[in-house]
Design a protein around this ligand. Structure first.
Ligand code: ATP
Length: 234
């Protein structure tokens, strides 16, 4: 589905992605892990088109998308749900979801909103309230829900568990598993590497702008080097 080859990206003269290659196959959840500053967010932003690249190629279903605007990439089915609380605070939950569907002209918007509400019931309860009044976890759910309203084929998730309590982290992870079951492919960036690999099919370890390791999630989970560097003591 997604093939990234030899991707480079820089902030001014500082190169942050130094030749990243990876692939995501249809139906997979792929975890991207790595330390702070490794370039994970930059990579997702390059895939969604908001971060310029200085070299390499991004192919989606075989077609190059690296010169398309973010908007055109969303139309093709590549959608990023941003890190943190980037929902539209003054707007209601419902209006935030509606904005996620702004490019669609099909008749399934209502039923997709119902699916989001089924996945995150608290959003249904609070549909008429302003997004800015939601808790951090609820805003994260709303950010994912908004991305889903664009009918993505590939969902790019940046740190969906950031700042959430363990119960909410579990809820978000369960939602990602449900997304996969509903046919959405996911590329997941997570600080919480163990949790990410536990729900992923495969993983990539990004180290200072390069892929240092890759494999089946279960293999990475038991890899001593990965364990020592990213999975904490256990
Ligand atoms: P984190 O988990 O901390 O978000 P990350 O792996 O997502 O880390 P990036 O946010 O992609 O890493 O950052 C990679 C490097 O690029 C870091 O050294 C960071 O300081 C630098 N960087 C990120 N954004 C900018 C920016 N807008 N301008 C300049 N440098 C930046």
């Amino acid at each position: 589905m997604l093939e990234v080859s030899n991707l480079h990206s820089a902030y001014g003269r500082i190169e942050v992605l130094k030749g990243v290659s990876l692939e995501v196959r249809t139906g997979e959840v792929v975890a991207l892990i790595g330390s702070n500053g490794a370039g994970k967010t930059t990579l997702l932003r390059a895939l969604s088109g908001v971060q310029p690249i200085t070299g390499g190629e991004i192919r989606f279903f075989g077609t190059r998308i690296d010169r398309l605007s973010p908007h055109r990439r969303v139309e093709r089915g590549v959608t990023q749900s941003p890190e943190g609380r980037q929902v539209f605070g003054p707007l209601s939950v419902e209006d935030n979801l509606r904005l996620g569907a702004y490019m669609r002209r099909d008749g399934e918007i209502e039923s997709d909103r119902e699916r989001v509400f089924a996945m995150f019931p608290v959003l249904r309860e609070k549909r008429h309230l302003v997004a800015g009044g939601l808790s951090g976890g609820q805003q994260q759910m709303l950010a994912i829900g908004r991305a889903l309203m664009g009918k993505p084929k590939l969902l790019l998730l940046d740190e969906p568990s950031l700042g959430l309590s363990p119960i909410l982290v579990d809820q978000i992870l369960a939602a990602i598993v449900a997304l996969k079951a509903s046919g959405i492919t996911v590329l997941l960036v997570e600080q919480n590497a163990t949790a990410a690999l536990e729900i992923a099919d495969r993983g990539y370890v990004l180290e200072t702008g390069r892929i240092a390791s890759t494999g089946a999630a279960s293999v990475l989970l038991s890899d001593p080097k990965v364990k020592a560097a990213y999975l904490g003591a256990d």
